[in-house]
Design a protein around this ligand. Structure first.
Ligand SMILES: [Zn+2]
Length: 322
């Protein structure tokens, strides 16, 4: 039986002002592979737990799918193809997508809240919207605003919002125009991690609504507006976001065009988006040639690029050796 010496209680409600003590409480057999797992009791809140309690793959009949599926979600493989590859039901893939997407979002939010990272002094924020759709390109278009840090290409936030149908639909409820609302959330998230001492610089295209939203969100800022006719090369100030959107269209199956893969439901796109953001910020190296630095490690948020196992096995909390 593997030794288990917990460092803290996994339950958020546990009183952390007192020191943590525990006692052994037997063991149980894991159903999926018959492994014996020791169980312990926290002597502060008296609740029992095991090494499985705060794992993302806890209670799954196929915990072995989590890591390979994470890799496939950022490798242009469709959900139906994943189901066929592992001989499992499409619903199993949908369930894991929700689980992995939730974990990725949780990790990103936890990192943004706790690492005390302050941006805006050394590089501009670059933002833009990627247009896509759920089920129907004509009837159900979506917008996906994203803000990145211009120097490290760290994705600060991404949102998904609905757009009105491209053609008027008979007997259909009108779809909300959520573009401004979604961009607004991105700007608020950016504001939360902006150093108070600096005047943040923004780079975007010339969409009319952006200056108004920036004025509302920031007391002081600078804004560079780039014409969409300017060549989309490495010298274009929008390059960090153009490059990210290019990579997303290459790596996320639901954004690849032209093909038959697209998001069927907005929630599923959001889950897929967070898997990609966590991969891009914490797992992938900034460029393929640079082996030692991820966007998050370039910002000193993380000691190094993470392995998918590290990102996915511990729920909400990240314990890392350098
Ligand atoms: Zn406890």
């Amino acid at each position: 039986m593997p030794a288990f010496a917990p460092k803290d209680c996994p339950y958020p409600a546990c009183d952390r002002s007192r020191s943590f003590t525990w006692r052994s409480r037997g063991h149980y057999k894991r159903k999926c592979d018959g492994r014996t797992v020791p169980r312990v009791q926290c002597l502060r809140c008296n609740r029992r737990f095991s090494s499985q309690t705060d794992r993302v793959d806890r209670g799954l009949r196929r915990p072995d799918l989590v890591i390979p599926l994470f890799k496939l979600f950022v490798s242009k493989v469709t959900m139906r193809q994943m189901a066929s590859l592992f001989s499992v039901n499409l619903k199993t893939i949908a369930h894991r997508k929700k689980l992995i997407g939730g974990q990725c979002l949780e990790v990103h939010e936890h990192v943004m809240k706790t690492t005390g990272v302050r941006l805006g002094l050394d590089a501009p924020y670059v933002f833009d919207e990627l247009k896509t759709f759920e089920t129907s390109r004509i009837r159900q278009p979506l917008t996906m605003p994203v803000v990145v840090h211009g120097k490290t290409w760290f994705v600060i936030h991404a949102e998904v919002g609905t757009l009105p149908a491209r053609r008027r639909q008979k007997d259909a409820a009108p779809r909300e125009h959520q573009s401004n609302q979604a961009v607004w959330i991105c700007l608020q998230k950016t504001l939360a991690i902006t150093d108070e001492k600096c005047t943040p610089h923004f780079v975007s295209d010339r969409k009319h609504s952006y200056p108004k939203l920036l004025r509302k969100a920031f007391a002081q800022y600078a804004h560079l507006r780039i014409s969409s006719r300017q060549a989309r090369n490495i010298h274009n100030p929008m390059f960090p976001i153009n490059n990210l959107f290019g990579q997303m269209r290459d790596n996320m199956s639901c954004l690849v065009r032209p093909n038959w893969a697209h998001a069927k439901k907005r929630e599923m796109l959001v889950q897929h988006l967070w898997i990609y953001v966590a991969y891009r910020n914490y797992v992938r190296t900034i460029t393929r040639k640079c082996r030692s630095e991820s966007s998050a490690s370039a910002l000193c948020i993380m000691p190094r690029p993470l392995e998918p196992q590290e990102l996915l096995t511990i729920r909400g909390r990240i314990r890392l050796a350098a």
